[in-house]
Write a new protein. Structure first.
Lengths: 563, 354
């Protein structure tokens, strides 16, 4: 039987073109990275002439301590993040804690704070000697320091607080999609609340918790900001900071950095693949994908205890850090003893009058606007192709687009640096390269957000337009795009925020004439006072918040128009 | 039927290695209401979507009003929007970002009608489904039944000759479904629409169709009027899926006779030319009497169980030809343990093709 295949060549061409462009952006840098990691000759030779695996061997010989630090910190951070995430998820989805909905919203805040700002804040709160906790301790008669954030535990603590939010999101999602009748039947059989939690809830969400642990552990291995701010003063290096350090050495050891970066990438890639396997194999048999009406358990007086647990988390992850940064930034010399404080706005004046800081902030915002706007258009198209079209090879496109998720930002930055040093197009050291890098690393974030919305739109809404006689273009204009509007806006916002805060990839790609804000804050922390750094961190944070508020206003107008 | 509106010939639809529809042929006459009936996964929805052009077949042909919409050998496939058919979706597919009026007007606007015509046609369509008073309401604020009506109004607003229905009533509660069945039938008759209707609900299929096609695993089991399908099921599948029937094993014993496994001889009929290898007869539970009737097949039995359903009573009878399910009107109730004579007409003892 002959099978009609209309426009097969056009389709194949489209697929090839997309695969080519995305592949160029995503895979090519990695190839350059592999090449450089095998370079055992002159580290500055482009392209390398001598190849070998000496760089990999030295990871286990010279850098064993670094590997050990990385694992210890990542394990500690994962355990803390999962513990916090599970407790909060259970409280907020399974009990009648007062103010549940508001609390659930607050849980997102630490994510918006970013690990960089969080680490700076905790350096102010719990740094040795001048940290606020130690100042207070001495003021009431203590002699030695009682808090030191510049330790393995300190780094893990900050990572768990500010990067562990994803654990909460994942675990509460799996709790929400569990049929409450499963718990209720345990209660009916005579089990207490605690027993129900331990014998029914916990085993049922265990696959979800395992998945989250794997995912969070992979994230923690590639985490950079907290280790950079809190690890370097105490000379505690993890892989990411060791990569960073070896490129700053003279002469910069790109070979060693690449080998470490690739090894890290491979470990993370394996873990994320395991994670995907786990969800796909249907270990979540109780999780039907159907959302159940939450039927929280009545906790009686215990509810207020649970409430304070949530409040404590918000205090540690949001209120104290912001307060500490505010206090620091408004003083000449940071102190928590109010009688000694010299209040001033000088830090903000300096921060805003310093040419480099102003340019960096301006550049970051422009990059955010540009990348978010152009990116959202391209990503919407990609999402439509991947999830709605019949195009052959759309699975491959999806895989490529999601690939950057498995690469630590910092490693990807290094790979791009190396690639563009070799590619004879002069965008190295300019904002264009940063824009390209941002677009590539934001692909998974943007595509995932948009896909969430596209998949929610019932296919028959589009089909119905076609049956009514609309052409593809007319259908897109009157049905698909209007329905996608809120999702597109959300994706735009997320990308904009992620760009303004970007540190990992920017660290390597920033040039003297193309500065951006997050790496500048790190530099300020290393070279100038805490007070100035705090001011800069807050300026960055409030810029993002301001942008958010403006856009939420616009968004509300738009959704009103929709109804 | 007078003139053929839709002609489907040897249709094959594949999903990868799976064959969803495997060589299906039928015609739909002008103004006819044809229902595709079958369990989920039997290929009925896929067939419907292939007619609409929403599914790409891999073989066969589809013609509407004599015009080729799809033909595998000619390598021709008309785009959905060019086919001029209309469709009501299972999920209703009401666009939440538009008002009721805009939803219904969509097909008219696509056809570039004047503002005045659009208004008249939308109002006419909304009147037909008694939804005119809600024209300005946002579509996201409608109940299930109202969405159903809007979907219907939208499907008929641009006066299509063919309307495809994909399980349109399956998301409504039982009472509303029964009402809408009557309304749908009325509307289809009044407007003279040619309807192809997909459902897995056999009661619905029998109630509203001119003809029913019973499908199973991608092929047609039987085509016929509701009465033919019910009274003369061709296969075990049809007898079992449509209505309720007792299936009695045995073998044919010459012209119009069937010997059961227990050795009882029954007079039977067949809707096909018997080939002698048949193994079963089907007897509808509603066609069995519990008192002797001369001329009928008669077997003695005993009431084992009585289940009172309200609209009918269901008896489980232990009889000489095995256990039988019998449905009777809820009058003259028989006690459990009572001796009875089971009788059923040869007309209702149907030899199945196998």
């Amino acid at each position: 039987m002959r099978v009609p295949r209309p426009r097969i060549n056009g389709q194949a061409l489209t697929t090839l073109a997309i695969l080519g462009i995305v592949g160029f952006l995503v895979l090519l840098p990695m190839i350059f990275l592999v090449e450089e990691s095998l370079n055992v000759g002159d580290p500055m030779a482009f392209p390398p002439v001598e190849f070998g695996i000496a760089n990999y061997i030295s990871i286990f010989e010279e850098d064993f301590k670094t590997v050990w630090n990385t694992v210890v910190i990542a394990v500690m951070a994962t355990v803390m993040a999962i513990f916090i995430g599970f407790a909060l998820a259970w409280i907020l989805t399974r009990t009648n804690v007062p103010g549940r909905e508001k609390l659930e919203r607050l849980m997102e805040l630490p994510y918006y704070m970013t690990p960089l700002v969080g680490a700076l804040a905790w350096a102010v709160i719990a740094g040795p000697k001048s940290g606020f906790i130690n100042q207070m301790w001495k003021a009431i008669g203590g002699t030695n320091d009682i808090a030191d954030i510049y330790t393995h535990f300190g780094i893990a603590w900050v990572m768990a607080l500010f990067e562990g939010t994803v654990a909460f999101v994942m675990i509460s999602a799996s709790m929400k999609s569990m049929d409450p009748a499963l718990e209720e039947s345990a209660r009916v059989m005579g089990a207490s609340k605690l027993r129900t939690m331990l014998t029914v809830t916990l085993p049922l969400v265990m696959p979800g918790v395992m998945g989250a642990s794997l995912f969070v552990f992979a994230e923690m291995l590639g985490s950079f900001a907290a280790a950079l701010v809190l690890g370097i003063p105490g000379r505690i290096y993890v892989i990411t900071t060791a990569i960073w350090d070896s490129t700053l050495a003279y002469p910069p050891d790109y070979g060693r950095a690449s080998a470490m970066g690739l090894s890290l990438f491979i470990v993370m890639f394996v873990m994320l693949t395991l994670y995907r396997r786990m969800i796909r194999r249907g270990t979540f048999t109780t999780i039907s994908g159907k959302a159940f009406r939450p039927r929280p358990m009545d906790m009686g007086r215990m509810a207020w205890v649970l409430f304070s647990v949530c409040a404590l988390y918000v205090a540690l992850a949001v209120v104290f850090p912001i307060a500490a940064l505010l206090m620091t930034s408004l003083q000449r010399f940071a102190t928590v003893i109010l009688s000694q404080a010299q209040w001033t706005f000088a830090n903000y004046e300096i921060a805003l009058s310093l040419g480099p800081v102003r340019t960096a902030l301006f550049n970051s915002i422009m990059l955010g606007l540009g990348v978010a706007t152009v990116g959202v258009v391209i990503m919407s198209l990609l999402v439509w192709i991947i999830y709605r079209s019949q195009l052959r090879g759309r699975g491959a496109i999806e895989y490529l687009v999601m690939f950057p998720q498995a690469v630590p930002r910092l490693v990807f930055g290094l790979a791009l640096l190396w690639a563009w040093l070799n590619i004879p197009i002069g965008i190295y050291g300019t904002l264009w390269l940063l824009a390209l890098a941002y677009f590539t690393v934001m692909l998974p974030l943007g595509v995932r957000t948009l896909a969430g919305v596209v998949l929610q739109i019932d296919k028959s809404l589009e089909e119905c337009a076609r049956v009514c006689g609309a052409s593809w273009a007319y259908q897109m204009r009157t049905v698909t795009l209007p329905l996608l509007k809120p999702g597109i806006l959300a994706a735009w916002l997320l990308i904009f925020m992620a760009c303004v805060r970007e540190l990992g990839a920017s660290a390597f790609l920033m040039g003297p004439n193309a500065k951006v804000i997050a790496p500048s804050i790190v530099n300020a922390f290393a070279t100038s006072g805490t007070e100035l750094t705090a001011a800069m961190a807050l300026i960055q944070t409030f810029t993002v918040i301001l942008a958010l508020i403006i856009l939420f206003r616009v968004a509300r107008g738009m959704t009103k128009e929709l109804q | 039927m007078s003139v053929t509106r839709i002609e489907v010939k040897d249709l094959v639809v594949r999903y990868g290695d799976q064959v969803a529809v495997n060589g299906v042929s039928f015609t739909v006459g002008r103004g006819e209401h044809l229902t595709l009936l079958g369990p989920s996964g039997c290929g009925k929805t896929t067939t419907l979507r292939a007619i609409a052009g929403l599914e790409q077949p891999s073989g066969g042909s589809i013609r509407i009003d004599g015009e080729t919409m799809y033909d595998a050998t000619e390598r021709r496939s008309v785009q959905t929007e060019q086919r001029g058919v209309s469709m009501v979706f299972q999920s209703y597919a009401i666009w939440p970002h538009m008002s009721v009026f805009d939803n219904v007007a969509y097909g008219l606007r696509v056809r570039k009608q004047s503002q005045a015509d659009i208004k008249t046609n939308v109002e006419r369509a909304l009147d037909l489904v008694q939804m005119r008073h809600l024209a300005e309401r946002g579509a996201s604020k409608l109940s299930g039944g109202q969405q159903q009506r809007v979907a219907l109004a939208r499907a008929i607003a641009f006066s299509p000759t063919v309307v495809l229905f994909d399980e349109p009533l399956s998301n409504l509660d039982a009472k509303l479904r029964a009402e809408m069945r009557v309304e749908l039938r009325e509307l289809q008759r009044r407007l003279g629409i040619t309807a192809v209707y997909v459902t897995h609900d056999q009661e619905e299929a029998l109630a509203i169709s001119d003809r029913v096609i019973v499908m199973n695993v991608g092929v047609i089991e039987q085509i016929g009027t509701p009465e033919e399908i019910y009274n003369r099921p061709r296969s075990r599948f049809v007898a079992d899926f449509v209505g309720s029937a007792n299936l009695i094993k045995g073998k044919p014993a010459g012209e119009g006779l069937f010997t059961t496994e227990s050795g009882v001889s029954l007079k039977s009929v067949a809707s096909h030319t018997p080939h002698g290898r048949e193994t079963e007869v089907a007897v509808r539970t509603a066609y069995i009497e519990l008192e002797p009737r001369p001329g009928d097949n008669q077997v003695s039995g005993k009431v084992r169980r009585r289940l009172f359903h309200g609209d009918f009573v269901q008896y489980v009878i232990d009889s000489a030809i095995g256990p039988l399910i019998v449905r009777r009107p809820p009058i003259n109730l028989l006690a459990e343990g009572a001796d009875v004579t089971v009788s059923f007409s040869p007309e209702n003892c149907v030899l199945l093709e196998g």
